[in-house]
Design a protein around this ligand. Structure first.
Ligand code: ATP
Length: 246
């Protein structure tokens, strides 16, 4: 299988604090892959480097035959990489529709904007109902739908989802993950960072476990679900309990 994205020897951090310590992983076209790990393992930092928000200090990332680290973030969006960030980060004073349109300013998405907008509204009827409402007045779950919808407006080939379950009620987690399942068919590759291992393993076909800036375990979903080391040593108490019920 050809890798769409291949990361090797990646180091990155903040000032003097080194977070990613030789990260290595691959994503193949059309896969849903999750990245699990305890608080502070470096998952969001990884997303930051992939999306271009954060510079790597060394290492290599190949994306569709290109040197990703040499590309500024707007070029990465043009090349099909879209991030739905942790904590949603919608524009609170803009309407739902305006937030969505802002996701589609890349050349590759602009021409298809009306059709993609219809697809996002079909995926999340709640957003269609609230299209004229200020995003800041939406519930946490609705804002998560909006963040996901905005990323989809860029017509990505690689969708980066950073903790879509964060702060949501179990019912809303279900709604958001049903939507992820619905968009996961076909060519789209999804890289999903989650602390909610139960939800992550319900959509991913395989995953990586990260600890202290490195991948410490990799496997198919079934394998990860039953892995005692993953459960006890790397993921931590809360996630371990969730995995037992997965
Ligand atoms: P969580 O699930 O809690 O978000 P994570 O695995 O996503 O955890 P990161 O957010 O990547 O972890 O953080 C990795 C480390 O980098 C942590 O020790 C964190 O304190 C540190 N860190 C994150 N952002 C910054 C920043 N802007 N400046 C300095 N240190 C940071």
């Amino acid at each position: 299988m050809t890798a769409l994205l291949s990361v090797s020897g990646l180091h990155a951090g903040y000032g003097d604090s080194s977070v990613l310590q030789g990260l290595e992983f691959e994503l193949h076209k059309g896969e849903v892959v999750c990245l699990l790990g305890a608080n502070g393992a470096g998952k969001t930092t990884t997303m930051g480097v992939l999306s271009g928000l954060l510079e790597a200090s060394s290492g290599r990332i190949r994306y569709d035959g290109m040197d990703l680290l040499a590309m500024p973030s707007h070029k990465r969006v043009e090349a099909g990489i879209a991030l739905s960030p942790e904590g949603r980060k919608v524009f609170p004073n803009l309407t739902v529709a305006e937030n969505l349109v802002l996701g589609s300013f890349n050349v590759s998405a602009r021409a298809d904007r009306p059709r993609t907008l219809d697809q996002v509204y079909a995926l999340f009827p709640r957003l269609a109902e609230r299209r004229a409402q200020c995003a800041g007045l939406m519930s946490g779950g609705e804002q998560q739908m909006l963040a996901l919808g905005r990323a989809l407006m860029a017509k990505p080939r690689l969708l980066l989802l950073d903790e879509p379950s964060l702060g949501l009620s179990p019912k809303m987690v279900q709604v958001v993950f049903e939507a992820i399942r619905a968009i996961a068919s076909g060519e789209l590759t999804i890289f999903l960072v989650e602390q909610n291992t139960h939800a992550a393993l319900s959509v991913a076909s395989r995953g990586y476990v990260m600890s202290a800036g490195r991948i410490v375990h990799a496997g198919a979903t079934q394998d990860l679900r039953h892995s005692v080391e993953v459960r006890d040593a790397f993921i931590g108490g809360r996630a371990a309990r969730e995995m037992r019920h997965a």
